[in-house]
Write a protein that binds this ligand. Structure first.
Ligand SMILES: NC(=O)c1ccc[n+]([C@@H]2O[C@H](COP(=O)([O-])OP(=O)(O)OC[C@H]3O[C@@H](n4cnc5c(N)ncnc54)[C@H](OP(=O)(O)O)[C@@H]3O)[C@@H](O)[C@H]2O)c1
Length: 347
């Protein structure tokens, strides 16, 4: 029997993992497509991936245009793979037609394949407010993938790793805490990992997803932001000594917030030296442009709040000074304001 999975945001990450889920032969995906709806329906998608191989034309089981259209059946997983840009619209708002059906689907887990710090909070608060006990799983993708050719092709180069874990609700979310079952959450996580593994990708279940999110944000808050502010590739940034030093210094600020936010055992998984491992792991000749820069160049809103704003919010909450990140946030906010002004002028 095939499990029904709904995926909202059929871009680079969404298409890659939707394809893997269907390749498991145990799942069928309803993909909510926006600008690429006609293309995918008519021609399918070309995938050129070091992990999945070259697939000339692939279509998910069902392609729909809106979330409301997708909300006609229960799903085992609802996967969010669009950019997280709460300064434009909250993800919970985009998913509302699906979320409103959750009272009939207590077994549905929500999966956030998105970058950011604290991006799960809106979901956990929404579930608590509506007295629902659905689980929220986060995925941190260590992969370079891009939708190109007007969304007709998704490319993925190099290694691919998807770190996945479920969120335990904070005690302040009384309703959700009362309904939370570690056993059910673990089974859902195991099922998701099995599907992805059977679909030839590389899922890695972890018990501490908060630490994994901080680990991932180290890359985004440093590489993504510096590449975007300088409109340079990863390789271009790595080629300049002062920029390499800045990458490490920015990551040290993020680590100081992470250490003040996480439990001692979680903190211990993120030693200060991890920033040098992250820098060393990058190919000095990489021509990769982080998706934040791709968005800037395409005139689309960037994930400024989710990636930098989320860290700043935590920094204020735990009383840690982060002057480099404040400067980065200011610079990106200027660019974001201009992007949103142009976008509003067009609509
Ligand atoms: N790309 C990477 O290598 C990578 C690696 C790790 C993590 N991530 C994270 O993964 C997430 C997704 O990134 P991505 O690179 O895959 O983004 P992407 O290629 O820009 O794809 C996002 C997709 O979501 C769609 N979308 C946006 N809002 C929507 C809505 N309201 N309803 C339906 N579809 C909607 C977009 O449609 P339109 O074309 O109409 O805008 C687009 O097809 C982000 O949080 C990113 O930071 C990306």
């Amino acid at each position: 029997m095939s499990l029904d999975i709904c995926l909202v945001g059929f871009g680079a990450i969404g298409a890659l993992y939707a394809c893997a889920l269907e390749r498991s032969s145990k799942a069928r995906v309803t993909a909510v497509c926006r600008s690429n709806y006609e293309t995918i329906r008519e021609h399918g998608l070309e995938i050129v991936s070091d992990r999945l191989g070259k697939i000339p034309s692939w279509k998910p089981h069902r392609v729909v245009r809106t979330v409301a259209e997708a909300a006609d059946r229960p799903y085992t997983f609802i996967v969010c793979a669009m950019k997280c840009v709460p300064e434009v619209i909250k993800t919970t708002h985009i998913l509302r037609p699906l979320l409103q059906k959750l009272s009939d689907s207590p077994a549905t887990a929500i999966v956030l394949l998105q970058n950011g710090i604290g991006i799960e909070d809106d979901f956990l608060e929404w579930l608590d407010r509506h007295n629902l006990g659905n689980n929220v799983i986060s995925g941190c993708a260590w992969v370079d993938t891009t939708a190109v050719n007007e969304g007709k092709t998704v490319t993925q180069s190099g290694s691919e790793r998807l770190v996945l874990g479920y969120h335990r609700p904070a005690p302040s979310l009384v309703n959700l805490t009362g309904k939370f079952s570690e056993d059910i959450a673990k089974k859902q996580l195991d099922l998701l990992c099995t599907l992805l593994r059977d679909g030839s990708t590389n899922p890695e279940p972890v018990t501490d997803i908060d630490a994994a999110r901080w680990h991932k944000i180290l890359w985004n808050a440093s590489f993504s932001t510096l590449c975007t502010l300088t409109r340079a590739t990863v390789g271009d940034v790595l080629a300049v000594d002062s920029a390499r030093t800045s990458l490490a210094d920015i990551m040290l600020e993020v680590l100081s917030v992470a250490h003040a936010s996480l439990s001692p055992s979680s903190s211990a998984t993120l030693p200060d030296s991890v920033r040098f491992d992250i820098i060393r792991h990058e190919n000095p000749k990489s021509v990769f442009k982080p998706s934040m820069l791709v968005d800037l160049e395409a005139g689309r809103p960037m994930e400024v709040e989710a990636i930098v704003g989320g860290v700043l919010k935590r920094a204020r909450a735990v009383g840690v000074q982060v002057p480099r990140l404040e400067l980065i946030y200011a610079g990106l906010s200027v660019l974001q304001k201009d992007l949103l002004r142009r976008r509003n002028a067009q609509s």
